[in-house]
Design a protein around this ligand. Structure first.
Ligand code: ZN
Length: 255
């Protein structure tokens, strides 16, 4: 049963037939692990806390630096030098004091991600290294928890949702690029709004997964070009020998 204050706070999203009071109650009971609270993680966490997601687990080992502030919208100049998960928790509580936040100041490996993923409904991969993305991908498949992957650099971004039985991030990218070919925001650059677009789409994926709303990017990579405003949905081919997801695909096919 929602209180009058809760109904007022979420009145605009409760109006949607896809959500309603039942969906809002479901959001309040749900939990999400956000791996990485950089530009993407800030956007995703901000929208989910504001929407009334019951519990957010924030994982990041970094502190807030001045070069983060143009795109990592939960942080202010006063947060410089503060661990990101600490600053993010304070900001999210100021948006929605009722949100339950677990701040994990660690860089997540596969094992730790699996531990944290076991207690949530959805994992959102907002990390910025291939090693972390592979670790989160494998851990989510192992734990059987849906994963929303996102990445961005320059004017471009991508989003894909991974679930057992379908293709995964490693099917898209079997091997990491050579170190000299990797593009990170700190090396190549990015404008803040691109991270905002990608994070917004990732947060919308979480709504759909938690509430069972159709339209999830299941096995589909959404490629975003914010310079020329092109959005392309690319079906991802399953990689038959994928070490991360092939075992689960066979399991599903046998049913
Ligand atoms: Zn795969």
């Amino acid at each position: 049963m929602l209180s009058r204050e809760q109904i007022s706070r979420w009145s605009c999203q409760v109006l949607l037939p896809e959500i309603g009071l039942k969906g809002q109650s479901r959001l309040l009971e749900s939990s999400v692990l956000i791996a990485g609270v950089g530009a993407l993680g800030c956007g995703v966490a901000g929208y989910l806390a504001a929407a009334g997601l019951g519990r957010l687990v924030l994982a990041d080992h970094d502190i807030v630096e001045i070069g983060n502030l143009h795109r990592q919208m939960l942080y202010s100049t006063a947060d410089l030098g503060v661990p990101k998960v600490v600053a993010a928790e304070a900001r999210l509580r100021s948006i929605n004091p009722a949100v339950d936040i677990e701040a994990v100041q660690e860089e997540l490996g596969e094992l730790r991600t699996r531990e944290l993923a076991a207690g949530v409904d959805v994992v959102v991969d907002c990390t910025d290294s291939y090693e972390s993305r592979y670790a989160v991908n494998a851990a989510c498949l192992e734990a059987g928890i849906p994963l929303v992957h996102g990445a961005c650099v320059g004017f471009a971004g991508q989003v894909m949702t991974v679930r057992r039985g379908g293709p995964c991030f490693r099917c898209v990218c079997p091997e990491p690029p050579a170190p000299e070919d990797r593009m990170s925001c700190s090396q190549v650059g990015i404008i803040g709004p691109v991270a905002g677009i990608v994070a917004s789409i990732m947060a919308a994926e979480v709504f759909k997964l938690v509430l069972g709303i159709p339209g999830v990017l299941d096995g589909v990579l959404l490629a975003i070009d914010a310079q020329y405003n092109e959005f392309a949905q690319c079906a991802v081919d399953v990689w038959d020998e994928c070490p991360d997801c092939a075992a689960y695909r066979v399991e599903v096919e046998k049913r």
